[in-house]
Design a protein around this ligand. Structure first.
Ligand code: BTN
Length: 328
């Protein structure tokens, strides 16, 4: 069940002609004043209506920015995205979610931004977040499991992103631990930040940055060769709202599966989408880089590799150099 605003948008999209206030009120089972108030709110979000005294309202333009109402209209979740904030510009959606978490906002709260001026990547790298061109989103999660399971949750998010991209027409691979690649170029990065005690998680901020509608020239210089977008891969522009709702719908289901059954059900899926499985890569831990063959992902989310001596090694936080293709 969507909000009155989302139902209004739906009605306007179904019918391109004018809709009278009376008819809208009847269809939505609300008063004419409520219809008027909701239309005024939509105008503030960037929707443009023409209003003619005897005919009613007609939707002329939808906003270029992301419309929270449109996202919510397509959500069939119980928790994720029920509280959803959209900001035209923020430093980082991660920061916004940290602030909301401290104010006590619930599990599933989502922050989306049109543009990030200081988007954060893993290991304090910058994340390029061009205005209106990508899905810059952070989720507030308050999971019922101990901090040690948090890295697995990121892997679950990665498998969900791969499913969503498949739905949008591309086959992507997961570069351990949490980059999503199309071919050898990165399309999406995931950043998990956690506020926790020794044995319980206060909250997690799961940030997902997905390049959606950038063309080749819009990729910053140093990323041109290393990054790609859904548009570059398919030649089709996608509505960011559709990607967000698809992702939240799927992620809520997958999160439930992870709570019930742990990482085991995801192991196979992850394995079949693993980037460079069976190939030799450079692993950089505290010692100098060493060669290793990627073999499999373990039930606890660790990556098992084979070193040159034929010994299996489990990696938890090593930075794999992935032969020069890394960017974050
Ligand atoms: C990485 O690949 O290093 C992780 C990138 C994560 C980027 C996303 S965009 C939304 C959220 N807000 C941020 O500042 N970072 C994450």
């Amino acid at each position: 069940m969507g909000s009155t605003k989302s139902k209004l948008i739906q009605l306007f999209k179904e019918q391109e002609d004018y809709l009278s206030g009376q008819r809208l009120a009847e269809r939505l089972n609300v008063s004419r004043t409520a219809v008027w108030k909701n239309i005024k709110e939509l105008e503030k979000e960037g929707f443009v209506f023409e209003s003619l005294k005897w005919k009613g309202y007609k939707l002329l333009e939808s906003p270029v920015s992301i419309s929270p109402s449109e996202v919510q209209q397509s959500l069939d979740t119980i928790e994720l995205g029920k509280k959803l904030f959209y900001f035209k510009e923020v430093t980082s959606t991660q920061e916004r979610v940290h602030a909301l978490a401290k104010e006590g906002y619930p599990h599933g709260t989502v922050v989306l931004a049109g543009e990030q001026t200081a988007g954060k990547g893993r290991r304090k790298r910058e994340w390029s977040s061009l205005k209106g061109k990508g899905m810059w989103m952070s989720l507030l999660l308050r999971p019922p499991f101990p901090p040690a399971k948090a890295p697995q949750l990121t892997l679950v998010a990665a498998t969900t992103v791969v499913q969503v991209l498949r739905e949008f027409g591309v086959t992507a691979k997961i570069k351990w631990p949490n980059d999503i690649m199309i071919g050898d170029r990165k399309v999406c990065g995931i950043l998990t930040e956690m506020q926790a005690e020794q044995d319980w998680i206060d909250y997690l901020v799961l940030g997902i940055g997905l390049n959606v509608n950038q063309n080749e020239t819009e990729m910053p210089g140093e990323l041109k060769k290393k990054a790609t977008s859904l548009y570059i891969e398919t030649g089709v522009e996608s509505a960011i709202e559709d990607i967000v709702s698809c992702l939240l719908n799927r992620f809520e289901v997958e999160l439930g599966r992870f709570y019930d059954k742990g990482f085991l059900p995801f192991q196979q899926e992850w394995q079949s989408s693993g980037y460079k499985t069976g190939e030799w890569v450079d692993v950089s831990t505290w010692k100098k880089p060493w060669r290793a063959k990627v073999t499999r992902i373990e039930e606890d989310g660790a990556l098992t590799v084979l070193d040159e001596q034929g010994q299996e090694q489990r990696l938890y936080s090593a930075e794999i150099l992935w032969n020069d293709h890394y960017y974050g």
